[in-house]
Each structure stands twice: as C-alpha cells, then as structure tokens.
Design a binder for this molecule. Structure first.
Ligand code: PPE
Length: 304
C-alpha cells in the first residue's frame, strides 16, 4: 500500500510512522473495533469526499451496536476527515476511520479499556484491478457462509467480524478467482467479501435485502438511487445460487470496489461474458456522481 504523511489520532495529527499501538490493545486480541472506508475524489471544484456524513453516521451505529463508546460526534469526525485529506495533500484517496478499545482491560469485558479513534488516508487505486473494472472479474461462491445475525451484527462494520471476509477472500484467491460471494446460513446470496452484489435479469436490477445478512452499503444505496432515477426498475430480492447462473449481468459495489462488473461466476460466463449495459450505466453514473459531474447529486459531496 501507499503511505501518507499524517494520521489523525483523537484530535492530533501524528506522523504516519509514529501512529502505533501497544501489543496488549484489546481490539488486537478480541476484535473490539469498528471502522469505515470512504473515498475522496478529484472534481472540477476541488477534492470532495463522497457521502461523508453517511459514513460517519454508520461508524457511530456500528460502535453503538458493539457497545464501543465513541468520544467524537459525527461533526468532529467529518471535519477530521477533511483535515486528513488536506494535510496529506491528497487530491483523491481512501479514508479509513477506525475506533477501538485500547488499554486498561484484558479479558472479554472491555469496559475499563480506553477507546482510541484514528483516521488515516492514502492513495488507493482500483480494489479489484484496472482490468477488473474494464472487463469484469471472476468470482466463486465461497465454502464459508456469511456471518449470521444471530451471532454478529452484519450491518455493522466490526473489525472482528471481518475474519469471515478474510477467509472467503483467501480461499477465492488461493483457488484462482478474484473475489468470493458468500451465501448466508439459509443458503441464499448475501454479498462479496467486501462488496454488495447486484444482479440484472430481463432489464430489472435486483439486490439482496438487509435480512440476507448484508452490510447496508452506501455505494449500494447510491447505485439504487442513480439507476432508479434513470427509470430502471430496482428491487430487493432474496437471491439463490441458481439466480447467479441465470443472470444477464452481475456486478459488485463498494467504496473500495466502486462498481466492478463480474464476468464469470463459478466458471460460468455471466451473460455474454462481458459487462452488460446496465452495469456500464451504473459504472458511468457512479463515476460521474462521485466526481461532481451530476448537479442533482452534488449534495452527496463534502468539499475539502
Ligand atoms: N459489504 C462488506 C462486507 C463491506 O466490507 C463493504 C465495504 C461493502 C459491503 C460495501 O459497503 P459501502 O462501502 O458502504 O458501499 N468494504 C470496505 C472495506 C474494504 C476493505 O478491503 O477494507 C470498503 O469498500 O471500503
């Protein structure tokens, strides 16, 4: 990964190499942290951060879900994200807020452990490769099932729950695929290891509902709005593995992944084996919205 110069730590701008923690940090042992992923883009009016308040609000919801008391209100985190882009002189980049239990407790009860909040930012190109964005990626259905709502809070971004995503990703890459799709405990489709899934069938755009155990992605919500505003019918639907094989188009959405077409699933070509028209439209509209070229969606941008 690329590095940058400073990391925001509870209000202080700390040089990148000094932004360290103790080995007895509670979150290192038990995964007691929550995080976000946000992108900033170059626009004709300067650098802008995409849906920043929504991301910081989700960080707060994640923290609440896992009982982590956050010291900083959303407004402070928004301003800190703007400052971290500025001080690192980034025209565009990825922003990673993270809040976690640090020191003062060992054992499962984190109540006595301090909570540290950091925001880092650095340049990060395509998540699944430039070729993936252009031609589509190859995915497989994972042998691992998505974390279930009876054990975790899937709509929260808790650090500990990401071991599930990591194992799915490792398996996919080790077996020659770019990305994994995870079924939930009911055997229905949930999402990718770090992305939401969309399926096109007969011109209708379908995506699994929250009840399928997904993260309620902010890119997902943006793509739903952009395409329904264009007149495309968009519906939440419980999807099966068979639906993947019957799809005309499949694509993934996420802050890191943006809109990435899928050209093959479980060694079967998706549609004609190349990104289809709805996928292309989603990629195009999303790219224009994040770079400030669509006035109707300008309110999604926080200018730095
Ligand atoms: N599902 C999961 C499990 C997930 O982690 C993400 C984001 C999404 C869906 C899409 O959500 P949104 O970014 O709000 O559209 N994954 C973040 C972390 C990726 C990583 O490798 O780290 C991201 O895209 O920033």
């Amino acid at each position: 990964m690329e590095t940058s110069k400073f990391i925001w730590m509870d209000g202080a701008m700390v040089p990148w190499e000094d932004a360290t923690v103790h080995v007895l940090t509670h979150a290192l042992h038990y995964g007691t942290g929550v995080f976000e992923g946000i992108r900033a883009y170059e626009t004709p009016d300067g650098t802008a951060i995409f849906r920043l308040p929504e991301h910081m609000a989700r960080l707060h919801r994640s923290a609440k879900a896992y009982g982590i008391p956050l010291a900083h209100p959303v407004e402070v985190l928004i301003e800190a994200a703007r400052q971290i882009i500025k001080i690192n002189e980034l025209e565009a980049g990825y922003i990673r807020p993270l809040a976690f239990h640090e020191l003062g407790a060992i054992g499962l009860n984190p109540a006595a452990a301090t909570v540290k909040t950091i925001i880092a930012a650095w340049r990060w190109g395509t998540y699944l490769g430039d070729e993936g964005v252009a031609k589509g990626i190859r995915v497989r259905v994972s042998s691992w099932r998505r974390i279930h709502q009876s054990s975790f809070v899937p709509i929260a971004k808790g650090t500990g729950q990401y071991l599930n995503s990591v194992m799915a990703k490792q398996e996919a890459v080790a077996t020659g695929y770019d990305e994994a799709l995870l079924l939930n405990m009911d055997g229905n489709i949930s999402e990718g290891s770090g992305e939401n899934l969309f399926l096109v069938r007969d011109g209708v755009l379908l995506t699994p509902p929250i009840a399928s155990g997904i993260l309620d992605g902010i890119t997902r919500a943006s793509v739903v709005q952009l395409l329904s505003d264009e007149g495309v019918t968009v519906r939440e639907a419980t999807l099966t593995r068979g639906d993947l094989y019957a799809a005309d188009e499949l694509f993934l959405t996420g802050t890191a992944a943006e809109v990435t077409p899928i050209r093959e699933v479980d060694d079967r070509p998706v549609g004609k084996g190349e990104p289809g028209p709805v996928t292309r439209r989603a990629q195009d509209l999303f790219a224009q919205a994040v770079t400030g070229k669509l006035p109707a969606y300008r309110s999604w941008l926080t200018y730095v």
